[in-house]
Design a protein. Structure first.
Length: 386
């Protein structure tokens, strides 16, 4: 099929209007690809060329109308991706190749499953995926870029990327899925008796600390609370030193007061009677079907408070709202003991050096098999009823 298509590259999301961008992204889709979310990252300089994130979004146009969009970034490092490609870096060095810069498709700083090319309704998705990939290939080869990497891809889009000769790499992620629970007590029934007691004990310890947990949404969230949330986030990251993964600025949190962003935010606030004076908070994002845990922090060291604000209270809230899935965020082997399962998530890769591509293409099936075995072994140790 032939199309009269014009491809355009954009060094800032500001070069694409909010209406044009969001017209291709269903409002019910991930808030992390909302124009305002990505613009807030840019405007606040949480991502910028100075910090190794150069926006290089690709759009396709037909009859002066945008018909496809690929959110992309040119990266000079691998931080803020939460998929660790050290094995590829090492291989490139052994082959005498320059690994950076690389092309990345993802929502920056957010290890959130759902990346895809956004294509107008009525267009052949597989065909347009191949058109976009060809434009990306030409750009990468012309600019001597070694690889293009689409991270945390939407499982329903993965088949189109693979049909365009992308190589799939499995990584491990965590997810809570509803099995029809109506209450938190229903949720506890999935555990064996020993772990049910442990979770009840952990939650009871929060009450013994005289803490009240309030859930803040929409108009309950004001600029002051968002600034406090930034301070918690900043202090938590500082505790980990150089491993703290602090990327977001105070200006980014302030921009979350934007109505189109705030409607997706849920704050879980631990306090002692005055919810304007939180002891600790966690920030989650949500849509009608999913909850995502993102950031947290506390000004007091209180045992089990992290579990309460980042796992138990969000799960309880999700159950009440009829939300089906909760992604608690990257890392943390302790999640499996609190109702989350290890699941595979996929990234898709293109390598523009034939030797490196062939080595990875040969090795990935073995690597993916080992990762799936690890995922199954982790889930076999979950403290669920048999």
């Amino acid at each position: 099929m032939k199309y009269q298509i014009k491809a355009c590259w954009h060094k800032s999301i500001k070069e694409i209007s909010e209406n044009q961008w969001n017209a291709l992204i269903d409002k019910r889709y991930l808030p992390f690809y909302n124009w305002n979310w990505l613009y807030a990252l840019e405007k606040s300089e949480s991502i910028s060329p100075k910090y190794g994130w150069q926006a290089i979004h690709l759009t396709l146009w037909e009859n002066n109308k945008i018909v496809a969009l690929a959110p992309l970034y040119l990266k000079s490092h691998s931080y803020g991706e939460f998929i660790f490609d050290n094995i590829f870096v090492k291989l490139s060095i052994q082959l005498g190749l320059q690994y950076y810069p690389k092309l990345i498709g993802m929502s920056p700083l957010s290890p959130i499953e759902g990346y895809r090319f956004f294509i107008a309704k009525g267009k052949d998705e597989e065909e347009f995926t191949k058109i976009i990939l060809k434009v990306i290939d030409d750009f990468a080869i012309k600019n001597k870029i070694l690889s293009c990497n689409f991270l945390y891809v939407d499982p329903t889009w993965k088949k189109y990327g693979e049909s365009g000769n992308c190589l799939a790499w499995i990584n491990r992620h965590s997810l809570w899925s509803s099995i029809g629970e109506k209450t938190f007590d229903d949720y506890l029934q999935r555990f064996n008796s020993n772990q049910r007691r442990n979770i009840k004990r952990e939650r009871k310890s929060i009450k013994k600390s005289n803490l009240i947990i309030s859930v803040l949404t929409n108009d309950d969230i004001d600029l002051k609370m968002l600034r406090i949330m930034h301070d918690f986030y900043e202090n938590h990251c500082a505790r980990w030193g150089e491993w703290g993964s602090k990327y977001l600025t105070n200006q980014f949190f302030e921009q979350l007061e934007n109505k189109s962003l705030k409607e997706n935010i849920v704050l879980f606030n631990a306090h002692r009677g005055d919810n304007k004076k939180p002891v600790a908070m966690s920030l989650c994002l949500t849509n009608s079907e999913m909850l995502w845990g993102r950031y947290w922090g506390s000004k007091e060291e209180i045992q089990n408070l992290h579990f309460e604000l980042c796992y138990y209270s969000p799960i309880s809230w999700a159950i009440k709202k009829g939300i089906q899935k909760f992604d608690p965020g990257a890392g943390g082997n302790h999640k499996i003991r609190r109702g989350f399962q290890a699941i595979p998530c996929f990234s898709l890769h293109r390598w523009y050096n034939a030797n490196m591509n062939n080595i990875i293409k040969t090795s990935l099936p073995k690597i993916n098999k080992l990762i799936m075995e690890e995922i199954n072994a982790i889930n076999d140790k979950a403290p669920f009823q048999i």
